[in-house]
Design a protein around this ligand. Structure first.
Ligand code: FES
Length: 313
C-alpha cells in the first residue's frame, strides 16, 4: 500500500514539476549510474513497435473488407498479435533499456525538494537509449494505431448524420413477394397458423426494409397480411408466431421477437401487445395479381427497423 502511495505521490510531483526550470546538473553527480547503450535492444523495441503499428493497421483493413472470409478470426489474430508485441516491447524496455535504482529508504512524506530529484531519476534511468526521440515516436505510433483500431467498430453503429438510407425500402406498389428461393407466393398457399418469410422480387434482400413476415389471420385473399420482419425495439428478426392452443381463454395470435419478447398483433395493424417495443410493426398493404400471387399494394405503414430519435412516435 505504501509503495502505491509513493508511486502516486511521485506521479503528482512529476506533473507539478514539469513546468519548473531544471536544476543545474552537476556533471560529476548522478543519482542513477549511467548504463551502457544497447543498440540491439533498441532496434528490437523499434521492430516490435513497428509490428504493433502493422497489426493495428491490419485490424482496420480487415474490418473494412466486408467480404473477407474468417473475418472474426483475422481480427482476433491482428489484435492478439498487437498486444503480444506490445507486451514484448515493454519487457525489453524494462529489462534491457531502463537502468533501475532501488532506494533503500522509505519515500519521504514531506517532499518539497524531491521534484527535481525524481525528474532526474527518470531522466537518468533512460540513459541507455541512444535514439530516445525515435523510440518515443515509434511507441506513440503503435499506441495511436491501436487506439484507432479500437475505435474502428464504432463505424458499424450506422450513419451518424444522414440517416435517410435507413428509411429506404424496396417495396413499391406492384412489387411481387417471393420466397427464399425466389418463387412467387400465391395467396392461396398461405395457411392459417403458419409463418412465412418473403422478400421483394429483384431487390436487395440485405436492406433493412426488405424482409417480410406473412401470415393468415382470416379466410380468403383479404385474410393474408404482411409486416416488416424487423422488430421495432432493437432491430432483431421477428422469428416466432405464437398461436393460441386454446383460443377460448388464451390471447390471440402474435408475431413475436425472441430477443426481448416484443409481441405484435397481426390482426390489429401490428399493435404492440407485450414487450419493450415502442411502436407497431410496420404493415405492408397487399394485393393479388391476375395469377393469384401476392404483390405489394404500396409502402410500409411506418418507418422500418428499431426506433431512434426522430422515428419513435
Ligand atoms: S429486438 Fe425485438 S424485442 Fe428487443
Amino acid at each position: 500500500m505504501s509503495r502505491v502511495k509513493a508511486l502516486l505521490i511521485a506521479a503528482v510531483v512529476l506533473l507539478l514539476g514539469r513546468g519548473r526550470p531544471k536544476r543545474e546538473r552537476r556533471p560529476e553527480h548522478r543519482i542513477v549510474p549511467p548504463g551502457p547503450a544497447d543498440r540491439r535492444a533498441e532496434n528490437l523495441v523499434l521492430l516490435l513497435f513497428g509490428g504493433v503499428t502493422a497489426c493495428g493497421v491490419a485490424f482496420i483493413v480487415f474490418y473494412a473488407i466486408d467480404k473477407l472470409g474468417h473475418e472474426t478470426q483475422w481480427l482476433g489474430l491482428a489484435l492478439g498479435l498487437a498486444f503480444a508485441l506490445l507486451t514484448l516491447a515493454c519487457i525489453v524496455i524494462a529489462r534491457r533499456l531502463v537502468v533501475t535504482e532501488e532506494l533503500p529508504e522509505p519515500y519521504p512524506e514531506d517532499h518539497p525538494d524531491e521534484v527535481e530529484t525524481i525528474a532526474e531519476l527518470i531522466d537518468e534511468s533512460g540513459s541507455r537509449f541512444t535514439r530516445k526521440r525515435l523510440v518515443t515516436l515509434a511507441g506513440a505510433g503503435a499506441l495511436g494505431t491501436l487506439g484507432l483500431a479500437a475505435l474502428t467498430p464504432a463505424a458499424s453503429l450506422g450513419p451518424a448524420l444522414d440517416t435517410s438510407a435507413l428509411k429506404k425500402t424496396p417495396w413499391r406498389r406492384g412489387r411481387r413477394l417471393v420466397d427464399e428461393s425466389g418463387k412467387p407466393i400465391p395467396a392461396a398457399d398461405i395457411e392459417a397458423e403458419a409463418f412465412y418469410t418473403a422478400y421483394p422480387e429483384g431487390a436487395d434482400r440485405e436492406l433493412i426494409g426488405s424482409p417480410l413476415v406473412v401470415v393468415r389471420i382470416g379466410p380468403g385473399n383479404a385474410g393474408v397480411v404482411a409486416y416488416s420482419k424487423i422488430c421495432t425495439h432493437a432491430g432483431c428478426a421477428i422469428a416466432l408466431y405464437r398461436k393460441p392452443t386454446f383460443p377460448d381463454t388464451q390471447p390471440g395470435p402474435a408475431l413475436v421477437c425472441p430477443c426481448h419478447y416484443s409481441s405484435f398483433d397481426p390482426a390489429k395493424n401490428g399493435k404492440v401487445i407485450f414487450g419493450p417495443a415502442g411502436r407497431p410493426l410496420p404493415r405492408l398493404p397487399l394485393e393479388i395479381d391476375g395469377e393469384g400471387n401476392l404483390r405489394a399494394a404500396g409502402g410500409f405503414s411506418g418507418p422500418v427497423g428499431p426506433s431512434w430519435s426522430g422515428v419513435r412516435r
